[in-house]
Design a protein around this ligand. Sequence first.
Ligand code: ACO
Length: 358
Amino acid sequence: MSSGVEDWLTDSNEALSLQMIRSEEDAEVLADDEVQAIEPFHPDFTYPIFGDKEKIFGYRGLEIKLHFASGSLKQFLEITYDDKIKSEDTPADDIEGTLYKFIPADYTKSAVAFDAIVDADAKTFRPLGEKIGSYTRSAAGYGKGKGKANGEDGSAPDDEDENAVVYEMYKTTWNTPGFRDYHRRMQVFILLFIEGGSYVQEDEDAWEFVTLFERRKRPDSDIFTYHFVGYTSLYPFWCFPDRIRLRLSQFVILPPYQHQGHGSHLYSAVFAHMRSRDDVAELTVEDPAEAFEDLRDRNDLRFLVKQGITEDPKFLEGVGTEERGPRAKWEADKRKQHKIAERQFDRVLEMLLLRQLD
Ligand code: ACO
């Protein structure tokens, strides 16, 4: 009866659907090219939760909805199916029991209660921690060329139009009041979207986080609402003799917000913030995914060009010669000045040299 068993298997990436929920009045003001922010999306990975094969056994027509209040990330869980296997030998998987180990216990299964949470949180939720940067896009939407990128170096947008959609970044640590709970709600995105991602240890004190939110003013009111876009986590390691090396460990932009430049903004703001800190010697990245390496390369290249490295009289000096001494010193000085990790700096410098020599 092996074909029978197949009948009861569901792909867990397809069955699980995620959605960021805004209150009705906040949802209805979204333009056509913005509604993707509130549409359902699927995880890329569920193997850390449902096992290597990413299959759930025992149901037909299975749908698992995990909804998040768009700012506070409070959760709603609904599991529905057309049919469930009735067999004592091979019982159906316990979906809620499995998920329960990965999400905080305070989710609700009541749609009515969740609506009330979304409405209340929309008015009161504020990002936790210290604001370290922001940028704006025109309220007209996400469309190509409309995105307006002020404040790229972590500074505030210069023409603060309160009706514009503003993206704000906040730095937190475990000491930020309320952040431990917030982190427990957002960390599931690491498992669902980063291959090989795992939860950070809460008893490691030194973690730092930067969260990214969309901020909107509700029309005809004084209410600002905040909607979670993504976040990154960083861990400080000792760097000889008396500074730290910040290692970027996790980095995620939610799918409805991907490919719109948010990842680049978040990375650039984190980079600018760490450069402004005397205690930080350099930024490194743990086991970067290919898409992230791309993003990092593009932003580091842009940054170094902006800093005028290619205009530096020493940029081409000693290239291709045996005499490495003075050039090596110039490279090391530049690298330290810009706080880029050695391997990454070498890579990016090589790309710039190749471009120049082309
Ligand atoms: N319109 C259209 N395309 C755009 C726009 C725009 N306005 N702005 C940027 N893009 C393009 C970029 O050119 C880039 O194109 P490419 O993919 O062809 O190179 C692409 O969008 C991505 O750039 P961003 O938009 O700046 O990046 P994004 O916000 O999509 O974030 C990231 C990238 C972080 C990899 C995201 O896709 C993600 O979170 N993925 C899942 C999790 C993941 O893999 N995280 C990294 C793990 S590694 C680690 O954690 C250390």
